[in-house]
Design a protein around this ligand. Structure first.
Ligand code: ADP
Length: 521
C-alpha cells in the first residue's frame, strides 16, 4: 500500500521531515514502516480501512524532545497529531483526523512525577495509564484513589484532555484537573495557573491562577501538546457498596430520571452513576447469535427473553454508596425508598446477583481499573464501535425524548440500540455505543449514516454532542452554529495565531488551519 502522505507533501519533502524528526529523538523512535505505522490507524475503521492512517510516528521521551519535534514539524510544514496512549477507541483511537499526519506518540513519557498524600493530588506525564496510577497508589499505601473510566488502559492525561468521565465522586476529569504544562506549536513551553510562578507551592491545589485561565483551551483542541498535568485524587472512602437497580420498561426512563435528579443535586448519590440498556448489558454475557440471528434489530419478544434469562432490566442502573456503614445505610434507605415508586424496580447489591456487568461496575466505581467492559465485543463477529454522545438536561421529558428519537432512528437503520447514560448533577451524557462489523462495508456505511442522522436530529431538538470520532468531527462542529459558527470562528482565530503554519492536529474537533480551510482539506 502506498504511504499515506499529508496533503501537499511530496515524498522528498516527507523524507527531509523524517530526517529532522530522527535528529530530534533518535533513529529508533521514528517509525515509518508500513506495519509499524498500521498500529496507529483507527482500530475500528468506519470508513475504508486505512483512511485515517498516519504517515509516520514519532516517540519523544522528554519535553525538550517534544519541543524539537514540534519545531521540526513546523519548519517542514508536516502535520503532527499528539496522542498519549491512543486508547479512546470509539473515538478513533490513535488515528489522526488528517490522513497522513505524523502521530506524536507520548507513551514513553510515562512518569508519575509527584503524589501528595496529604493534599491528595498527583502530577503525571501523558503516558501514565489509569492502571499505572492506581497500581502506584496501591503499592505506596496511599490514602487516595484515582477515578477511572470504563477501560483502565487509557492515559489519565489524554482522557482528561478529551473531557472524559469516570464514575466515582471525582468522575469529571477536567473538573478535577489542576495545572498543565504545554508545548505550544512554536516550541515555547507554558505552565498554566499557579504553576507559572517559579517554585509555586499551589500549582496543584488552586486551578485558576492569576489572569485568564487557559487550561480548558487545551482540551478537545489543537493548540498545544500537553506534557504534564496535575489531578486531584479521591480520598479512600471509609466503606463502599455497589448496587444495581433494574427497570422493566422502556418508559421507566422518565420517572427514574425525575427521581434521580434531586438525589444527584443534593449528593445523596455522590458520584456519577450510569444506566445501561438491555442489549449493552446482554452483550457482556454472550454473542448476539445466542439469542437472535435474523436481520434487523433484536425483536421485542427476544429482548423479553433476554431480560428473563439474565435477570436484568430494559434499563440497568449502577450506583454506589461511599462512607461509614451508618452513612451508607442512611443513603441506601433514601435511595431504595425513592426508586421503589417505580413498579417492578429490582434492587441488587454486588455479590448478590450474577451479572458480570455489576461485578465490573463495582470495581470501576471503587476506582479499581480493569478491562472487563471490553467483554461486550463478543456480541458481533469482528465487532468495532463508534460512539456518539449527545447531552441532555437531567429531566424525565428530555431523557425520554432524546432516547426515543434515537431509538426510532436505530429501527429505521436496522441496528440494535446499545446505550450507556451517565448522570452528572444537571445533565446526562446519552452515550451511544454503535457496534458494527468492521469487515462488512454495508454495516460500516449504515452505521455512519445512523451517526450522522442522530447528530442532526439530536441537534434539531437542542441536544449537542460532547465529543466525536474523526469521521464526524466536522459534522458535530457544524451543529454549534450560533451566529454563523462564531464559536468555531473563534477557535480558528486562535489556531491561526498560535499555529500559523497549521501543523498541530489539523481538523481536530473541526478546527482546521487557514491553509486547509482554503483548500477545503
Ligand atoms: P486515552 O488513551 O486516555 O484514550 P488518548 O491518548 O487517545 O487518550 O487521547 C485522546 C485525544 O486527546 C487524542 O486523540 C488527542 O487528540 C488528544 N491528546 C492526547 N494527548 C494529548 C497531549 N499530550 N497533548 C495534546 N493533545 C492530546
Amino acid at each position: 500500500m502506498a504511504r499515506n502522505l499529508p496533503p501537499g507533501i511530496t515524498e522528498p519533502h516527507f523524507t527531509a521531515a523524517v530526517e529532522a524528526f530522527r535528529r530530534a529523538v533518535g533513529d529508533k523512535w521514528v517509525l515509518t514502516g508500513e506495519d509499524e505505522v498500521a498500529g496507529y490507524r483507527d482500530p475500528f475503521p468506519i470508513l475504508d480501512p486505512g483512511h485515517f492512517a498516519p504517515s509516520a510516528v514519532v516517540l519523544p521521551a522528554t519535553v525538550e524532545e517534544v519541543q524539537a519535534v514540534v519545531e521540526a514539524a513546523d519548519r517542514h510544514r508536516v502535520p503532527l497529531a499528539p496522542i498519549s496512549r491512543g486508547k479512546n477507541l470509539g473515538f478513533g483511537g490513535p488515528a489522526p483526523r488528517l490522513p497522513g499526519a505524523a502521530v506524536l506518540d507520548l507513551k514513553r513519557m510515562n512518569r508519575i512525577l509527584d503524589v501528595d498524600d496529604r493534599l491528595g493530588y498527583a502530577v503525571v506525564e501523558p503516558g501514565v495509564t489509569f492502571i499505572d496510577l492506581a497500581a502506584y497508589l496501591h503499592e505506596h499505601g496511599s490514602r487516595f484513589r484515582v477515578d477511572v473510566p470504563d477501560l483502565g488502559w487509557g492515559s489519565v492525561l489524554g482522557n482528561t484532555l478529551e473531557r472524559g468521565m469516570g464514575y466515582t465522586p471525582y468522575s469529571d476529569h477536567f473538573a478535577t484537573q489542576c495545572g498543565m504544562e504545554v508545548v505550544l506549536p512554536d516550541g515555547d513551553v507554558v505552565r498554566t495557573g499557579m504553576g507559572a510562578l517559579p517554585g509555586s507551592r499551589t500549582a496543584q491545589v488552586y486551578p485558576y491562577g492569576y489572569g485568564p485561565s487557559y487550561d480548558g483551551m487545551f482540551t478537545q483542541s489543537n493548540f498545544g501538546v500537553v506534557t504534564k498535568m496535575g489531578l486531584w485524587l479521591l480520598p479512600e472512602p471509609a466503606g463502599f457498596r455497589a448496587y444495581m437497580i433494574t427497570l422493566p420498561r422502556e418508559e421507566d426512563l422518565a420517572p427514574f430520571t425525575e427521581i434521580l435528579r434531586p438525589l444527584r443535586l443534593d449528593r445523596t448519590i455522590s458520584h456519577v452513576p450510569s444506566m445501561r440498556s438491555l442489549l449493552l448489558d446482554a452483550a457482556a454475557q454472550g454473542p448476539r447469535s445466542a439469542y437472535f440471528s435474523g436481520d434487523g434489530p433484536v425483536p421485542g419478544s427476544v429482548q423479553r427473553r433476554i431480560m428473563a434469562d439474565q435477570r436484568i432490566g430494559m434499563w440497568n442502573f449502577y450506583g454506589a454508596l461511599y462512607g461509614t456503614e451508618a452513612a451508607m445505610d442512611a443513603q441506601w434507605s433514601v435511595i431504595r425508598d425513592a426508586f421503589s415508586a417505580i413498579p417492578g424496580a429490582g434492587f441488587h447489591f454486588a455479590g448478590e446477583h450474577d451479572s458480570p456487568v455489576l461485578a465490573a461496575r463495582a470495581k470501576i466505581m471503587a476506582g479499581r481499573p480493569n478491562l472487563e467492559t471490553a467483554g461486550i465485543f463478543q456480541w458481533l463477529d469482528n465487532a468495532g464501535h463508534i460512539d456518539v454522545a449527545p447531552m441532555a438536561p437531567a429531566t424525565g421529558e428530555d431523557a425520554l425524548r432524546l432516547y426515543e428519537l434515537a431509538r426510532d432512528l436505530y429501527l429505521e437503520f436496522g441496528k440494535d440500540y446499545m446505550g450507556n447514560f451517565i448522570f452528572g448533577e444537571r445533565e446526562m451524557h446519552q452515550i451511544h455505543l454503535m457496534m458494527f462489523d468492521t469487515e462488512d462495508a454495508g454495516d460500516r456505511a449504515r452505521t455512519l449514516r445512523l451517526c450522522e442522522a442522530l447528530i442532526g436530529r439530536a441537534a434539531e431538538h437542542g441536544y449537542g454532542a460532547y465529543r466525536a470520532h474523526p469521521a464526524i468531527m466536522d459534522r458535530v462542529a457544524a451543529t454549534y452554529g450560533f451566529n454563523d459558527n462564531a464559536l468555531l470562528r473563534l477557535s480558528e482565530r486562535i489556531k491561526d495565531a498560535l499555529d500559523p503554519n497549521g501543523v498541530l492536529a489539523p481538523g481536530k474537533q473541526g478546527i482546521w488551519p487557514r491553509a486547509l480551510r482554503a483548500t477545503g482539506h
